[in-house]
Design a protein around this ligand. Structure first.
Ligand SMILES: Cc1cc2nc3c(=O)[nH]c(=O)nc-3n(C[C@H](O)[C@H](O)[C@H](O)COP(=O)(O)OP(=O)(O)OC[C@H]3O[C@@H](n4cnc5c(N)ncnc54)[C@H](O)[C@@H]3O)c2cc1C
Length: 339
């Protein structure tokens, strides 16, 4: 099918911050063939090409003189099933949460802790999405990506993806890889991860003592709905900063002044701090300037109250970063991708 390339398209409906910038060119692609056609078109017209999924991890700071290519390929397929483990492949444009729900409905465990994360399957490996003690690397079976340098299709296994905390090879090589489909190793046997945050407590409150993966998913959805603003009501991109990992000596130094510091020792001897705690302690929670602000309940979430620009949100983020560094000596890193 030929491409329908549109000119001067507002990206407001295509990013969860709801920032109103224009794409010079915009196209939705539903197949490998259309991805290749879009690449050829961008090459021919000498414009940059920016792939997007659900736009839930983007901060758009100005109009884009580019071809914005929205991944809209669909399809979910079982590749293998040995009775215990099932490998399921989903196309990049599949919306993430409905895909999670579909696997649960198939009686498969593994993705339940990642329920209600916005976005698409294809973007999930970009930052190795994670929530409630699980990351996609824990259930990852492989992916297929198009190498924009060579034009080749490449299959990646777990080791080749270089996954880290909100990180991957694909994020470290921006612009090179177009992820076309992702495979997950899911289980018929149930091994639940309930020890992160209030998951176990929420299940207990609901009177569930022997939860199924679907129960865990429902509990996590209810916790997330309480905790995080719904982008349909208040523009945001989820956590705006990564939790910083710092040397143990620095964590000790901060703890000397703040006994209630939230800190998690890491296997390598470093310490992960809760960015939200640092931001809240610095007094930013609920801060608002114009339409750009810090959520009143979640200091890790920057919000657009209506007509904030990406630049205003970026400026706010920069001020928070400078303040946290001045107070605690900790450098916060932004999580969303800036364009
Ligand atoms: C309310 C809320 C809660 C969130 N909670 C979490 C959470 O708990 N855990 C978590 O990890 N994240 C969370 N996020 C962040 C976000 O949902 C995830 O990072 C998600 O995977 C982004 O998917 P997307 O399709 O929206 O990607 P986009 O925002 O469209 O794109 C993100 C990046 O990936 C690139 N990209 C997109 N698709 C492809 C592709 N197919 N191939 C190559 N590159 C591609 C884009 O160019 C961009 O650089 C949250 C966001 C919101 C708004």
């Amino acid at each position: 099918m030929s491409l329908h390339i549109r000119e001067q398209v507002s990206l407001k409906p295509f990013n969860t911050f709801g920032i109103d910038v224009q794409a010079r060119w915009f196209v939705e692609v539903e197949s490998d063939e259309q991805v290749r056609q879009a690449l050829a078109w961008a090459h021919e017209h000498q414009v940059a090409l920016l792939p997007i999924g659900g736009g839930s991890n983007l901060l758009l700071t100005g109009d884009l003189d580019a071809l914005v290519m929205r991944m809209a390929s669909h399809g979910v397929q079982v590749l293998s099933d040995d009775g215990l483990q099932v490998v399921v492949e989903a196309q990049a444009g599949e919306p993430w949460h409905p895909f999670v729900q579909q696997t649960l409905a198939m009686g498969l465990a593994g993705l339940e802790n990642l329920s209600l994360i916005p976005g698409t399957v294809g973007a999930a490996p970009m930052q190795n999405i994670g929530a409630y003690g699980v990351e996609i690397k824990d259930v990852f079976a492989g992916l297929t990506a198009l190498d924009r340098q060579s034009g080749e299709l490449c299959d990646f296994n777990l080791a080749q993806c270089g996954f880290g905390y909100r990180d991957s090879l694909f994020k470290r090589e921006p612009g090179r890889w177009l992820i076309l489909r992702v495979r997950f190793r899911l289980a018929r046997a149930v091994q639940l991860h309930l020890d992160y945050g209030p998951v176990r407590q929420r299940l207990a409150e609901q009177g569930i003592s022997e939860p199924t993966p679907s129960d865990v998913s429902a509990a996590i959805c209810s916790i997330r709905r309480e905790k995080l603003p719904d982008p349909a009501e208040l523009g945001n991109a989820g956590s705006f900063f990564k939790n910083p990992v710092v040397p143990a000596a620095l964590a000790e130094q901060i703890k000397a002044d703040h006994a209630d510091l939230v800190a998690y020792p890491q296997a390598d001897g470093q310490v992960k701090l809760a960015a939200g705690w640092l931001i809240e302690r610095a007094g930013w929670k609920g801060f608002r300037e114009g339409d750009a602000g810090v959520h009143r309940l979640q200091s890790l979430v920057l919000v657009n109250y209506g007509s904030a620009t990406g630049q205003q949100l970026q400026d706010l983020a920069t001020r928070i970063q400078a303040d946290i560094f001045a107070r605690f000596g900790v450098q916060l890193e932004m999580e969303p991708n800036l364009y």
